[in-house]
Design a binder for this molecule. Sequence first.
Ligand code: 13P
Length: 252
Amino acid sequence: MRKKIVAGNWKCNTTVQEGIELAKAVNELVAKEGNKNVVVVLGTPFTHLTSVVASVDASRIGVASQNCAAEAKGAFTGEVSAAMVKSTGAGYVILGHSERREYYNETSETLNKKVALSFANGLTPIYCCGEPLSIREAGTQNGFVKTQLDETIFNLSAEEFLKLVIAYEPIWAIGTGVTASTQQAQDMLAYIRSLIADKFGAAVAEETSILYGGSCNAKNAAELFSQPDIDGGLIGGASLKAEDFIQIINGF
Ligand code: 13P
């Protein structure tokens, strides 16, 4: 059965010390009252990975980087490779976040390299997709998301595809306080699952965890997670407060 996953994306927030505190607080709450059926992941800045891995119970909480280099190694000043991420003990890598696509010009071509390197290093990609407001307003979001997937992870083998997690994050809902309605989120995730079924078959579609992200919080998580195709959330702002994050985890 596919996994339920709640992943925090801390983005460019917290110092290392603050991150350790946050990770320890989440760890304590997860141990005490966390829903055991939910895989919890903390997506931290690169600088925090080793310390956060050491601060949590690995049997309950996974750790993710928010990016990795598109090259394996070498003269790429400032880059952090998938192998480096893996060597911290992290098990996941968030790839293709809309902020990276928008502010750092990440293209499908770059993302294909990053996905391949993540697999080569045993990391699980949390692969993001999602449309901007103009596309939603034009009503062409399905085609937009399909293209994002067709150009990237739909070219993987079924075997590799089964190892990744998808996160649908409509850009207009990220950090805006405007959550997609439960129906909008469910409709898109069901659509993505139907595309996976067309491409890889029904069994693969059934096994793939698809998350919703975008102003998901302690108040709306339970309703979102009640939907048949919503397997969890990728959480930005609300993952920075342990008390909110545990409520989201327990939204299932
Ligand atoms: P918010 O939860 O802050 O809207 O961010 C969502 C997101 O981008 C997670 O990757």
